[in-house]
Design a protein around this ligand. Sequence first.
Ligand code: KPL
Length: 302
Amino acid sequence: MNRQRQLIVGPGALGRLLAMHLAGQVPVTLLGRRPLPTELTLITPQGEHRPRVVASLTATELAPTSPLVVHLATKAYAAESAFAAIADRLDPATPLVLWQNGYGVQEMLTRRWSGPVLCATTTEGAYTQGDAGVVHAGHGQTALGHLEGRYADLADGLAATLTAAGLSCHAVDDIRIRLWHKLAVNAAINPLVAHWRIRNGQLRDRPFRPMVETIIAEVAMIMAREGIPEPLDGWHGLVWKVIEGTADNRASMLQDVLTGRPTEHDAILGPLLDAARRHGLTVPCLTALTPTPGQPPRTPGS
Ligand code: KPL
C-alpha cells in the first residue's frame, strides 16, 4: 500500500471518483481551477448517496508539501497546462500518475518530469452530477505502469491502495500497449457517437456499423505498422466487446459535446494520424473524423 498524501488534479468525473474512494484510505486533496465545495457526494452503482468531506485547493494555494503522489485526472487537452501550474511547487522526486485518454501527454511528461511517471487506463464509468456530485455508473478495471516498465514497486503500491479503496487496479509492465488498445476503442466509438449524438449501443445498427468497421480496419493497419500487438480478441473483437458492454453509455466525447466542453478529438485521433503519416498510410476515414478549426468533423456518410 502507498500511504502518502494523494493530490488529485482535476475535479471532473474521474478526479471526484478517485478522491471520494481514496479519501477512505489515505489523506487526499482535490485541486481545481476554482474553489470546490467541501462536501462531495458519491452516488454508488447501486444508487446509494455517500457524502464525504474532501480537502480542496486551487493551484495558487498549493504549498510545497511532501511526500505526495500526484494524480493528473484532467482531460487530455488540459493535462499539460494543469501540471505546469503546480510543477514548480512539487518536490522533483514526486511520483505522477497520468489518467488521460489518448497517447501524447504520457510520452511528453514521462520525458520531461524528473520524478517517476506512471500511466493509468481505466474502464470505471463515472459522470459528474452538479457541482459536488459524481455518479459511479459502473465498476471497471484499472491498469497502471511506467511506459518502459520501470518503478514496479511504486506501481504495485499504488495499485494496492486503489484496490483497497474500492477501485480494482493492477500494476502492469505493458501499459504502452494497453494505452494504444484503449486508443483504438476510443477512436472507433467516441468521434462517431459524439457527431451523431447517439449512445454507444446504437453503433451496432445501420448506418453506423459499417462506419465502425471502416475505422477498425484503418486503426488495425496503423497498429500493425506501429508494432502494437493485436488484443487477444483481435481489433474487431475488442471494439465490439466494449460497444456491447457500454451499450447504454453516453461516451465521454458525447458528454463533452452536449455540455459544450472542448473534446478529446486531438488526443485520440492525433497519435493515430501521426503514426499513419510516419508510415505513409492513407486513412481517409480517420482523417475525415478530425474536425478542422471552425467546422464540425465529417463522418463517413455525412
Ligand atoms: O472510454 C470510453 C469513453 O466514453 O471515453 C468508452 C469506452 C467509449 C465508453 O463510453
